[in-house]
Ligand binder design. Structure first.
Ligand code: GLC
Ligand code: CA
Length: 543
């Protein structure tokens, strides 16, 4: 360890479970800030905005991938885990970002894509040369297509390589061959990558597509394979057994029991896992057929997760990420008022919050004509559905509501050209509403979404009940209102959220003690009704 790295570590003292008090911000670097005039965001763009992020009150950043990559899936297809993709900058840029974040008390978490590599990774280039190449067994091969498992991005999950007359398995794109985790050499390679980045001073890892690493595709098993937890425990013992490191796995499939294993407080696996049960309740047959949010089911699902992990695990809290559309377009009307309501709804829960770039200013979906989408997921799905004879209008409706590119349009910094993201044409269109929805103007407006987020983050830091209180629903079958309390021995917090664009009756007087004090609201005057998209937070001292 060189002297510089040592200093960085000293600047970030990490007591056990420090991440339970952290507030994370997810940066999707390609869309955050361009500094070298090529229309795509870069690492220096993140460094440039560290003061803005510190001002927001966040204490950690999750960086989506910036490693060397052919960009078939925007960097989630890595061809060298130890190099920075030139489109994002250099290793020096990354070192500077880590150092400058640490100077501001901000941790850096990087995205570890360990389920698959790029087809251009040297391991795969070797692996497909011959059946007895030393790297062949780094991937998953079959002589005959063993089954008709499908890839998440459409088409078969088995890809034929004529040169060696074999098929390899890919859960995602053919350009993303799955690593063979049953090969101990592969696991050691991954641990070495983790060690490399720990040496650089990063404070944690988000583990991409974690619930598929234990797969047994020859027998049709993709998620939650038989050895999944064994692999995670081995990895944890080898490289994560260190209280200064936070780990969050992506596990779409996890239920509460699974999550208790993943986030066991004994530290045998990870700090927490992103599960998506509450984010899939509005799906129809598929996400592309999403309808309205079934609010009562949503509330009960949140309760299940809050209570289910209260003492026995830990929840990350999130409404958006780079794979999900903008929440206020999806579950509300896109207004600033609804943005504040949804923010209050999730930022007063128990867990570690994640705010996705732009969410804090109320960025909304951007519906585009099909040819303007960059994400291959959209195009694969569009073609597949057209081939099935599904109506164009229905397909486009699903895309406009749920496409991942909705969250990937450039960050809106100012009312300048291209929203201040870049001075040349950005890689994906900027939402034209940037003239009014942008960081610069919201910073000046005390009533902005941005300032509301700041207040909520500050609340989390001053009210321990948000970290340790128990969770209870109020009026659990109320179809319009999400109301809940957080209670510990000393304080009781009551959070009221009207999910409808109309006033709804709610007996505040019955539900709130006289002493309860209104501490934050997106309405000026308290009333007996909950106004459209109202959120109000009350605090009571318990004697
Ligand atoms: C994860 C990422 C997603 C990516 C996929 C394949 O789900 O979040 O963006 O496409 O893995 O790497
Ligand atoms: Ca750039």
């Amino acid at each position: 360890m060189n002297e510089q790295t040592q200093n960085q570590k000293q600047q970030m003292p990490k007591e056990k479970d420090w991440w339970k008090k952290a507030v994370f911000y997810q940066v999707y670097p390609k869309s955050f800030q361009d500094t070298n005039h090529d229309g795509t965001g870069d690492l220096n763009g993140v460094t440039q905005h560290l003061d803005d992020l510190q001002d927001l009150g966040i204490t950690g950043i999750w960086m989506s991938p910036f490693f060397q990559s052919p960009q078939a899936d925007n960097g989630y297809d890595i061809s060298d885990y130890r190099q920075i993709d030139p489109s994002f900058g250099t290793m020096q840029d990354m070192e500077r970002l880590i150092e400058q974040a640490h100077e501001r008390g901000i941790s850096i978490v990087i995205d570890l894509v360990l389920n698959h590599t790029s087809e251009k990774h040297p391991w795969f280039l070797e692996a497909k040369k011959s059946r007895n190449n030393p790297y062949h067994d780094y991937y998953i091969w079959q002589d005959k297509k063993p089954n008709d498992m499908g890839s998440i991005f459409g088409g078969s999950a088995w890809q034929y390589v004529p040169e060696i007359d074999q098929y390899y398995f890919h859960q995602y794109l053919p350009a993303q061959p799955d690593l063979n985790w049953s090969n101990p050499k592969v696991r050691q390679e991954i641990y070495d990558v983790v060690r490399f980045w720990k040496e650089k001073g990063v404070n944690g890892f988000r583990l991409d597509a974690l619930d598929v690493i234990g797969k047994d595709p020859a027998n049709g098993i993709a998620i939650q394979g038989p050895k999944l937890h064994e692999y995670i425990r081995e990895m944890s013992a080898e490289v994560f057994d260190d209280p200064s490191i936070v780990t969050m796995g992506e596990a779409w499939s996890a239920d509460v029991d699974e999550a208790r294993l993943y986030s066991n407080p004994d530290g045998s696996e990870l700090s927490m896992v992103f599960q998506f049960e509450q984010m899939m309740l509005d799906y129809g047959k598929e996400k592309w057929d999403a309808g309205p949010l079934p609010l009562v089911t949503f509330k009960k699902t949140i309760r299940k997760w809050q209570n289910g992990l209260q003492e026995t695990g830990w929840n990350p809290l999130f409404l958006e990420n780079h794979d999900l559309p903008r929440i206020i377009s999806r579950w509300a009307d896109g207004s600033a008022k609804s943005a504040k309501m949804l923010a209050a709804m999730y930022l007063c829960l128990q867990g570690t919050p994640f705010i996705y770039q732009g969410q804090e200013i109320g960025m909304v979906n951007l519906p585009l004509p099909i040819e303007e989408y960059a994400d291959m997921e959209v195009h694969n799905m569009y073609n597949a559905r057209r081939a099935l004879g599904i109506e164009e209008e229905h397909i486009m409706k699903g895309i406009h509501k749920m496409a991942r590119d909705n969250a990937r349009t450039p960050m809106q910094w100012s009312d300048q050209e291209n929203a201040g993201f870049s001075d040349v044409k950005p890689w994906l269109p900027v939402n034209p509403n940037y003239k009014t929805i942008n960081v610069q103007s919201e910073r000046k407006d005390p009533d902005s979404v941005l300032n509301f987020y700041k207040k909520l983050i500050a609340l989390r830091n001053t009210l321990p009940v948000i970290e340790d209180g128990t969770f209870d629903l109020i009026e659990e079958d109320n179809p319009d209102v999400f109301a809940y309390t957080r209670t510990n021995g000393r304080q009781k917090l009551t959070i009221l959220c009207n999910f409808r664009k109309k006033p709804v009756p709610f007996e505040k007087k019955k539900q709130l003690n006289q002493e309860a004090e209104l501490i934050l609201s997106n309405e000026d005057l308290p009333s007996d009704l909950l106004r459209p998209y109202e959120t109000s937070i009350y605090l009571e001292d318990l004697k």
